[in-house]
Design a protein around this ligand. Structure first.
Ligand SMILES: NC(=O)c1ccc[n+]([C@@H]2O[C@H](COP(=O)([O-])OP(=O)(O)OC[C@H]3O[C@@H](n4cnc5c(N)ncnc54)[C@H](O)[C@@H]3O)[C@@H](O)[C@H]2O)c1
Length: 267
């Protein structure tokens, strides 16, 4: 079902890797709602070929960019404005990767070089994206910028490791840059705090499957699937949320406000 909520809008979507990626669902929904988009991901992600297939399906140019490289980001923004024939109305940052998680280092034995890299990829890249858009004056007035986050920024989930601090930093960048973009361009900046979702990044966390089931039982509506996250992103890119900014918005079936669920006691 389409309501043409994004008719005439132009966007850049970071982070579609395969058909499970949350960004893939968002890209599909945005185009179904009438938007024109550019897809981007790290050059290494191009090797898997799935993003090119998605680009063909959605009639969207695919422009490689390492989100930690200012040079890549400048070229991406320039090429996107050329391809879309104008300024950008919405941006999705859907990027996360932890070297310590990948290499199974415990939180009490972290490698700090890897931690810096994790912060650069998963959080500082969000500032870099926004600073590039800002300096190039690439956002349309009343545009919308979103990043995806997780509740481990507020509460302790031990297996989420250093990604907890990454997400805390990411959410803080949304508030701080949201001030500047709001004052200058009426552009809003928010984060969506999504339920555990079965994707490549999600499944990399230790004990993910068990935790997925726990969160599903703990949430009165169950875990929010990636499709529903895509619907929420569309709403936040649309003109129906023009005055929402600098917020961390939970999209989690109610998980964040639960204390205990009888379903868990029954387990
Ligand atoms: N899956 C979950 O349980 C869950 C829950 C809450 C929030 N999130 C967040 O959602 C976002 C998307 O993750 P996903 O679950 O769809 O997994 P995913 O693995 O499909 O997406 C992560 C993306 O980050 C990209 N990426 C990594 N390094 C990059 C770089 N240097 N430059 C550009 N792109 C780079 C990857 O290529 C990939 O496309 C992440 O921010 C993640 O933390 C995921």
């Amino acid at each position: 079902m389409s309501n043409n909520l994004l008719a005439g809008k132009k966007g850049i979507i970071f982070g579609a890797l395969d058909d499970k990626s949350i960004a893939t669902k968002v890209a599909e929904r945005c185009v179904a709602e009438g938007a024109q988009i550019v897809l981007t991901n790290a050059p290494v992600a191009m090797r898997f070929g799935e993003i090119q297939k998605l680009g063909e399906q959605l009639n969207a140019p695919v422009i490689p960019a390492d989100a930690t490289s200012l040079e890549d980001l400048e070229k991406l923004v320039q090429d996107s404005m050329k391809a879309l024939n104008g300024k950008i109305d919405f941006v999705l940052h859907s990027i996360g990767m932890s070297l310590n998680v990948r290499k199974k280092r415990e939180y009490t034995d972290l490698n700090y070089d890897w931690m810096q890299k994790t912060f650069d990829i998963s959080a500082i890249s969000f500032h870099k994206v926004m600073q590039t858009l800002w300096k190039m004056d690439a956002m349309s007035d009343w545009g919308s910028i979103l990043a995806l986050t997780y509740i481990a920024a507020q509460r302790t989930f031990p297996d989420y490791n250093e990604m907890a601090e990454s997400k805390a930093l990411l959410e803080s960048f949304a508030r701080s840059f949201g001030y500047h973009f709001g004052e200058r361009n009426k552009v809003r900046v928010n984060t969506i705090s999504q339920s555990p979702t079965k994707t490549t990044a999600g499944s990399g966390v230790k004990g993910f499957d068990e935790f997925f089931d726990y969160a599903d039982k703990m949430s009165p509506l169950g875990n929010a699937p990636a499709d529903a996250c895509a619907d929420y992103c569309v709403l936040l890119f649309s003109d129906f949320t023009r005055m929402v900014t600098m917020q961390n918005l939970y999209h989690d079936g109610g998980f964040s406000n639960m204390g205990m669920s009888p379903k868990i006691l029954d387990m």
